[in-house]
Design a protein around this ligand. Structure first.
Ligand code: PLP
Length: 332
């Protein structure tokens, strides 16, 4: 599939493995479980943003940009991988990061923030109520006035260009499933800014695959997240030249695993981190993949899947974020 008019940058180690998770599967009592290891994309310690950045920074270079701006939470994995990608491509990187209710020393200086600085990004830290997009626009104006050529990336890299990374991932997973001689019945993932989810939905639609995509929300409500992901997926499908409408039920979000809100720990998330580490040697993070895995476990327990189905957990990374929450993780 030709996805873009410009050349994507090569930033990620692809394909990532699609591994069976037999001990987790037998612990939960089926279905057939696999883990798609996008925590192993390599770039800046890995994660899902590497695939988006291949397209985003490919476009930035094609436009002659010299400075990349993006926004996120203080412990944003997207910001950390953007900083690494810019270092690799020789671009300047400016991150606008917003404080949250977390105020521990580790949250403020360890994990992703430590790495952002190591990769040489310029950090602007704004207060928890502040508008990130406005701050980014304002900084872009200053840079343009000084003769720079900024390229702005939306939160999480979720936009048509970024989502193409997960259109390509849908194709990659279908190829791997074909080689393994299995059908790809369902993919379960954390859905946040929505581009990963939307890219997969658009990709499976483009390739006429029957794979269901189940997003586990990490913030917000089911209705809001489904409508945001639907819009992103429909725009991405249109970009791919697909004129048949995207069915509403192609976008499924479950919001009962969010708990008290974004980056707020739940008991089920803690259990998911422990089970994954002790049964599969897999490290999840408290904000995204831990809640997504708690969702997968909850769905298996309520017999959401048939026992003979092949279900893939998309490990979207986030592992450096673990070191921002030692008080949560040390007691699991
Ligand atoms: C950003 C992120 C997600 C969510 O991806 P979106 O495309 O923003 O929905 C999931 N897991 C991790 C570890 C992330 O950093």
């Amino acid at each position: 599939m030709q996805l873009s008019a410009f050349q994507p940058s090569r930033l990620a180690q692809l394909p990532t493995p699609l591994d069976p998770a037999p001990r987790l599967q037998s612990h939960l009592g089926g279905p057939r479980l696999f883990i798609k290891r996008d925590d192993l994309t390599g770039l800046g310690l890995g994660g899902n943003k590497a695939r988006k950045l291949e397209f985003l920074l490919g476009e930035a270079l094609a436009q002659g940009a010299d400075t990349i701006l993006t926004v996120g939470a203080l412990q944003s994995n997207h910001a950390r991988q953007t900083a690494a990608a810019c270092a690799k491509l020789g671009l300047k990187c400016e991150l606008i990061l917003r404080r949250s209710h977390h105020a521990s020393e580790s949250y403020l200086a360890n994990g992703n923030v430590l790495l952002d600085r190591l990769f040489g990004a310029r950090l602007t830290i704004i207060e928890s109520g502040a508008n990130r997009e406005e701050a980014m626009e304002q900084r872009a104006c200053e840079l343009r006035a000084a003769g720079a050529r900024p390229y702005l990336i939306a939160v999480g890299g979720s936009c048509i260009t970024g989502n193409l990374g997960y259109v390509a991932c849908a194709e990659e997973m279908l190829r791997q499933a074909g080689e393994a001689g299995i059908t790809l019945d369902a993919v379960v993932l954390a859905t946040g800014s929505g581009g990963t989810h939307a890219g997969l939905v658009a990709g499976f639609l483009a390739l006429r695959a029957a794979t269901r995509v189940i997003g586990i929300a990490v913030e917000g409500t089911r209705a809001d997240q489904e409508s945001a992901v639907y819009d992103l997926a429909a725009d991405t499908a249109l970009h791919l030249g697909i004129t048949r409408p995207l069915p509403r039920d192609a976008v499924t979000v479950l919001d009962e695993f969010v708990g008290q809100g974004y980056a707020r720990p739940t008991m089920a998330m803690r259990a998911a981190l422990g089970i994954s580490a002790r049964l599969e040697g897999i490290v999840l993070d408290p904000v995204y993949t831990g809640k997504a895995m708690s969702g997968l476990i909850g769905l298996v327990q309520r017999r959401y899947f048939r026992p003979d189905e092949n279900v893939v957990f998309l490990h979207t990374g986030g592992v450096p974020g673990l070191f921002a929450y030692p008080e949560t993780v040390a007691t699991i």
